[in-house]
Design a protein around this ligand. Structure first.
Ligand code: GYE
Length: 322
């Protein structure tokens, strides 16, 4: 190989490398667009979740398209369809209910847009319709509520009459917080669920349902098992207006462990709050980046949580982030 040819070859290889670096650099610089279809703004939990997602997207340099479905599945489906039409890089959503997702998720799959579930799970046969699910184990949360009741009433012959304020009908947290409780109490006949109704995870809903329960069952009620803090807070108002004493005459079991829940524990009105973290934003953004980079993700990413009895509330509240 003579001198000139060597030079030409060197130049060729060099420019090829530069070209490859330029393409690569471009791929890295290109901002990822994420379409996120939120459930709504029904609770303090949800508000904290939205803040977490928006902040984490900003911090991660991800371009976020955000929509609020006002707790309606049809709105969420519309939002997902519009993200598909806009050819976003990744779609994430927190499914209002568990069933009915096959058609729209098949559309996303056909468009080759990966889907990440956050917070709530779905019920689909074809697991290839989503990449991963990031969120809490609601069944375990329900068991934790049930175990607290078993402990609280272990020296009591019963009957222990429970009224249940359920979350949104058909939603994963409502289904599983109920199922988890049942799993624990089903073999102990002294526990009886005497009434169960949905308050849609809202304060107003919880209050309204509890007003009716208080009217029908009054002092027969031993336990209010509320699927979230907002409904528990509404129920507390209703109980007090009906002359019942939440926290003392009636044990109140709640979920989420928001600041509002803690304040009610400090006031002696919620007896135990099972934690459920809404701060899923950072984990979601990490997953989004990994999916775009072609990494294989675990099918389920579970959040770590605990249980807070009333006795620790004052000490723990200053560290609560939502
Ligand atoms: O418990 C409730 C919210 O899906 C875990 O939804 C979430 C639930 C949460 O409205 O407060």
């Amino acid at each position: 190989m003579n001198h000139t040819r060597r030079l030409t070859l060197g130049a060729l290889v060099g420019s090829a490398l530069l070209f490859a670096a330029a393409i690569n650099g471009h791929a890295e610089d290109k901002k990822i667009t994420l379409g996120f279809a939120q459930v709504g703004a029904e609770s303090a939990w949800r508000t904290a979740n939205t803040v977490s997602v928006k902040q984490a997207a900003k911090d991660a340099g991800i371009n976020l398209k955000f929509s609020d479905a006002q707790q309606k599945q049809e709105n969420q489906i519309k939002a997902i369809r519009s993200y598909i039409a806009q050819k976003v890089d990744v779609i994430a959503f927190s499914p209002v209910v568990e069933s009915g997702w096959e058609p729209v998720l098949t559309e996303a799959k056909n468009a080759k847009i990966p889907v990440i579930l956050t917070d709530r799970n779905i019920d689909v046969k074809d697991q290839s319709l989503y990449v991963t699910m990031i969120g809490s184990d609601f069944l375990e949360e329900g068991r934790r509520g049930g175990r607290w009741l078993e402990e609280r009433y272990k020296n009591d012959k019963g009957p222990i009459n429970i009224v249940e304020l359920q979350g949104t009908v058909g939603s994963a947290p409502a289904n599983d917080r109920h199922a988890g409780l049942m799993e624990v109490i089903k073999n102990d006949p002294k526990f009886k669920i005497i009434a169960s109704q949905s308050g849609d995870f809202t304060l107003a809903g919880g209050k309204q349902v509890m007003e009716a329960f208080a009217k029908t069952y009054g002092k027969q009620i031993n336990v209010v098992y509320a699927h979230n803090d907002d409904m528990a807070l509404g129920a507390i108002q209703a109980m007090e207006e009906a002359g019942l004493k939440p926290g003392t005459d009636i044990s109140v079991v709640s979920f989420d462990a928001t600041k509002g829940g803690f304040e009610a524990m400090i006031a002696g009105k919620i007896n135990v709050d099972v934690e459920c973290s809404p701060l899923l934003g950072p984990q979601l953004m990490t997953a989004v980046k990994e999916v775009v980079a072609g990494k294989q993700l675990p099918k389920r990413i579970t959040t770590e949580e605990t249980v807070f009895p009333m006795s620790v509330a004052a000490q723990v509240l200053p560290q609560r982030k939502y």
